[in-house]
Design a protein around this ligand. Structure first.
Ligand SMILES: Cc1cc2nc3c(=O)[nH]c(=O)nc-3n(C[C@H](O)[C@H](O)[C@H](O)COP(=O)(O)OP(=O)(O)OC[C@H]3O[C@@H](n4cnc5c(N)ncnc54)[C@H](O)[C@@H]3O)c2cc1C
Length: 246
C-alpha cells in the first residue's frame, strides 16, 4: 500500500452514485453450458445461437424451479462510488460477493459528501413495516442541504486540523461522517446479483416487495442496467419469475 494525499481540501457535494462495469465474463451461454454439462457434457457452448427458443426455455425453467448453481459460472466486477452509509448496507451481502474499498489509513480521504438531490423523497410516513416516503417541501430541502453541508465542512476541517497536528489518518478519520463518499470494487455473479437486486430494489414485477434505502437502490439500478445487457435471457427470466434469486 502506498500513501496518497487528497487532490483537494475543498469540500464537494454530490447527490448521485456511479457504477462502472470494470470487467466481466458473463453471458447467457455460461448458464446454458453449466446446466447442460449434466446431460450433454461440454458440447453446449454454442447452444444459444443454435436454438434460441430452447435456450430461453431452459433458463426460464432453471429460474422458475430455483436451480441456482448454473447462474454462478460468470463474473462481473463493478467500480462503485457512493456514500459510506451505502457501503455499510452493501457489505452485509456476504455470499457470492468480493469487495475491496479505498483505505482511510493509507490515504487522506477526499472531501466529497452526499447531499440528497431535489428528487429524493425526504419525509417518511406510516407505521413500522409499512412506511412510505413522500416529497419534502422546499423548506425541508433547504434545511437538509444547509445542515449537511455545514456539518460536512466542519468535520473535514477538524480532520485536516488533526492531520496538520501530526495525528495519524486512522485516528483523525473518526470525525468523518457516513455521508462521505468512498469507492470500492465489488465482484459478483448473476446469482448473487439477483439476490442483491431482490432485496435492494423496488420493482413492479417483484413477487416479494422490499423497502430498500433509496441510495443503495440507485446503485442496484445501475448494476442491473449493466447486467441486463450482458445476460438478457437470464434477466428476462428473473423478471418473469418475480425477481426472486434462484
Ligand atoms: C430493506 C432492508 C432492511 C434491512 N434492515 C436491517 C437492519 O435494520 N439491521 C441489520 O442488521 N440488517 C438489516 N438489513 C440487512 C439484512 O438483514 C441482510 O443482512 C442483507 O439484506 C443481506 O442479505 P442476506 O444475508 O440474505 O445476503 P448474503 O449475506 O449474501 O447471504 C445470502 C444467503 O446465504 C444464506 N446465508 C448467508 N449467511 C448465512 C448464515 N450465517 N447462516 C445461514 N444462512 C446464511 C442465506 O440464505 C442468505 O439469504 C436490511 C436489509 C434490507 C434489504
Amino acid at each position: 500500500m502506498t500513501d496518497t494525499p487528497a487532490q483537494t481540501d475543498k469540500p464537494m457535494f454530490r447527490s448521485d452514485v456511479t457504477v462502472e462495469l470494470v470487467k466481466h465474463t458473463a453471458g447467457d451461454s455460461d448458464v446454458l453450458w453449466a446446466a447442460r454439462v449434466s446431460t450433454a457434457g461440454e458440447q453446449s457452448l454454442d447452444e444459444l445461437s443454435k436454438d434460441p427458443e430452447r435456450s430461453k426455455g431452459l433458463i426460464n425453467y432453471l429460474m422458475r424451479d430455483r436451480h441456482g448453481s448454473p447462474f454462478e459460472h460468470n463474473s462481473m466486477t463493478f467500480f462503485i462510488s457512493a456514500p459510506i452509509f451505502v457501503f455499510r448496507e452493501f457489505m452485509r451481502h456476504r455470499v457470492g460477493w468480493s469487495y475491496n474499498e479505498e483505505s482511510g489509513r493509507y490515504r487522506q480521504l477526499e472531501p466529497v459528501f452526499y447531499v440528497p438531490g431535489e428528487d429524493r423523497k425526504l419525509v417518511q410516513q406510516g407505521r413500522p413495516g409499512k412506511y412510505e416516503f413522500v416529497q419534502g417541501d422546499p423548506k425541508q430541502h433547504q434545511v437538509v442541504t444547509e445542515a449537511m453541508e455545514d456539518s460536512y465542512r466542519r468535520s473535514y476541517e477538524h480532520y485536516l486540523a488533526m492531520l496538520e497536528a501530526g495525528v495519524a489518518r486512522e485516528v483523525a478519520r473518526a470525525v468523518l461522517p457516513v455521508g462521505m463518499y468512498s469507492s470500492m470494487y465489488a465482484t459478483c455473479n448473476a446469482r448473487s446479483l439477483m439476490h442483491f437486486l431482490g432485496l435492494r430494489t423496488q420493482h413492479e414485477l417483484a413477487k416479494v416487495p422490499s423497502f430498500p434505502q433509496r441510495e443503495i437502490e440507485m446503485v442496484g439500478e445501475k448494476m442491473e442496467q449493466h447486467w441486463a445487457t450482458l445476460m438478457p435471457l437470464t434477466y428476462a427470466a428473473f423478471n418473469a419469475n418475480g425477481r426472486i434469486a434462484p
